[in-house]
Write a new protein. Sequence first.
Length: 135
Amino acid sequence: NTALLTSVYLLFFGLNESSLSSLSFVVQVAPLAVFLGTLLLVRETIAFEGTVWGRRTTVLAAAAALAAVEVSTILLFLPLGFVNAAILLSLVILLIRDGLIAHLGGIMDVRMILRELVVFTIFSVLVFAAASSQV
C-alpha cells in the first residue's frame, strides 16, 4: 500500500511541476485525487490489519486523507523536487497510518509515539538534505 500511496503522490507532484497542467487542474482535481487515493488506501490498510470498526475506520481514514491534502498543499510551497515532496508526504501518511492502527489496536503508548517522531525526524532530514534547493 505504501508503494501505491507514493505513486499517487508522485503523480500529484509531477503534474504540479509539469507545464502541461493548468492552474484549475492543480487547484480543483489534483487535491481530490490525493484525498480519494489516500482515503481508500488507508481504509484498506486499517481493515487489513484486522481492526475493523465500521464507520469509525472510514472517518479516521478521511481525517488522514484530509491531512494528506493539507500537507501536500504545504509541500507545494517548499523548495523540494517532486520526488522529495512525494517521499515526504508518504512518510507523513505512513506514520499517521501506523498511529491509527496502533490506536485502534489499543497498543499506542509514549514509547511508540517517540519512536515515530524519531523515524520522522531522521527521514525528513534525509529528504531535505537530498533536495537541491535553487532559491
